[in-house]
Design a protein around this ligand. Structure first.
Ligand code: GLY
Ligand code: MN
Ligand code: MN
Length: 416
């Protein structure tokens, strides 16, 4: 893939939160995918051509810093432990890079991803150009490494599948625990705490994204993250939360009654969303397009909206005119992997990408009924999403996540 070129893949920058405090460090997903090396201030350089090489640039060993901040591999330790061909101090990168790229045709770099790295690559190119009279020539092509890496990341290998399964298992158990501990009068953050506790207790790295714990009509706010309201009797609570394990995300949503029993209106809506998810699962198989599960879910949801009295008319016409959008305004899924909204193309030209074994995606139909004069009152404020993570297999799909999901399962776990 690299041809004669040289690729530069830096990890993420540490980010200041305030004063001397930093946000928890999370490595860059591409860098992690290629190295498994989790220290900040590091970059991988891959050299193509006749003598391909993997070179890590990383922090030096430093006794004082290690007393304050913890262990560092240092270049020698990293080379030994991770099997890079060569490793140097990150402080040498700016002098080594011009040597590494000189007389090569191409530099592979994610231009525009990080301005400071763009400047560093430009400086290296200029350093080579400055040596033209001594016979060196600078690469005259910059290619974006993300395109080929995205295509690789779209298809999960067996290790990635196993890691995603672990993440989904931990998250599924955490959702079940949140259901068990739910009570009228708790605050949303108390359920968030159950999830955080269960994630870390099982060894997950962190939340894969900011969790949503949305009681009652807060569930109709798609990215509700305040999580600070009291859970009321007779309402539902929607939890969209998933942990990250070795960099791999899970992304699970469950919606359940705060008091442990669905009302008949809540159940009616719930069964429609659940049926939409089943219809979507059936549409996932190799050769079908990425959008097929969305179309299947949409049909079931729109029929449901008619049955509930939210919409009037013929289902195909209502889909065509997007009349469903006030109640279902997002897609039914996205790729999932190292990023919760993972990389990978959704279209090839004008056409939706065809599903292939090894692709992983979420299936997350929902219905959100905000109170309004023209909406039947018994449906006001009901917001439901059901989200699971699936792997495309040779036969169809395998559902990674297993948190209680049917009305009977949820009521059983909440009342046991
Ligand atoms: N939790 C983000 C999503 O469902 O896409
Ligand atoms: Mn999702
Ligand atoms: Mn989600």
């Amino acid at each position: 893939m690299l041809g004669d070129g040289v690729a530069v893949i830096p990890t993420a920058m540490e980010k200041a939160r305030n004063s001397d405090a930093h946000f928890p460090f999370r490595y860059d997903s591409y860098f992690w995918y290629l190295t498994g090396f989790n220290e900040p201030e590091a970059a991988l350089v891959l050299v193509g051509g006749d003598k391909p090489q993997s070179i890590l640039f990383c922090r030096d060993k430093d006794e004082t810093r290690e007393i304050w901040d913890g262990f560092r591999y240092g270049p020698d330790g990293a080379k030994q432990r991770f099997g890079f061909d060569t490793a140097y101090s990150i402080s040498e990168l700016d002098t080594k890079l011009p040597e590494l790229i000189a007389n090569r045709a191409t530099v592979w770099h994610s231009l525009g991803h990080d301005a400071s790295w763009d400047a560093r690559i430009s400086a290296a190119l200029n350093a080579v150009r400055a040596q033209t009279r001594s016979g060196k020539h600078a690469p005259n092509q910059i290619h974006d490494l993300r395109a080929p890496l995205d295509a690789m990341r779209l298809i999960k290998d067996s290790h990635e599948m196993a890691t995603m399964k672990r993440a989904a298992d931990i998250s599924s158990a955490a959702h079940a625990q949140a259901m068990r501990s739910c009570q009228v009068g708790l605050h949303e953050y108390a359920l968030e705490a159950e999830l955080s506790y269960a994630f870390r207790k099982s060894g997950a790295d962190a939340h894969a994204y900011t969790p949503i714990v949305a009681g009652g009509s807060n569930a109709c706010v798609l990215h509700y993250v305040a999580n600070n309201q009291m859970l009321q009797d007779g309402t539902l609570v929607l939890i969209d939360a998933g942990c990250e394990v070795e960099g791999y995300a899970s992304d699970i949503t469950r919606t359940f009654p705060v008091n442990g029993r669905f009302s008949s209106a809540q159940r009616d809506v719930y069964e429609i969303v659940l049926a939409a998810q089943s219809a979507a699962f059936k549409a996932i198989k190799p050769g079908n397009t990425f959008i097929a599960p969305h179309e299947a879910a949409l049909k079931t949801l729109t029929q449901g909206m008619v049955d509930l009295g939210l919409l009037k008319g013929d289902v195909d016409g209502l889909i065509e005119s997007e009349a469903y959008k006030p109640f279902f305004m997002h897609r039914t899924g996205h790729w999932i992997g190292l990023d919760v909204h993972d990389v990978g193309e959704y279209k090839e030209g004008e056409d939706w990408v065809k599903l292939r074994p090894g692709m992983a995606l979420t299936v997350e139909p929902g219905m959100y009924i905000r109170p309004a004069d023209d909406i039947p009152e018994h449906l006001h404020g009901i917001g439901i999403r059901i989200e699971d993570d699936v792997l495309v297999t040779e036969q169809g799909c395998y559902v990674y996540s297993s948190a209680p999901k049917t009305v009977a399962e949820i009521e059983a776990v909440m009342n046991s």
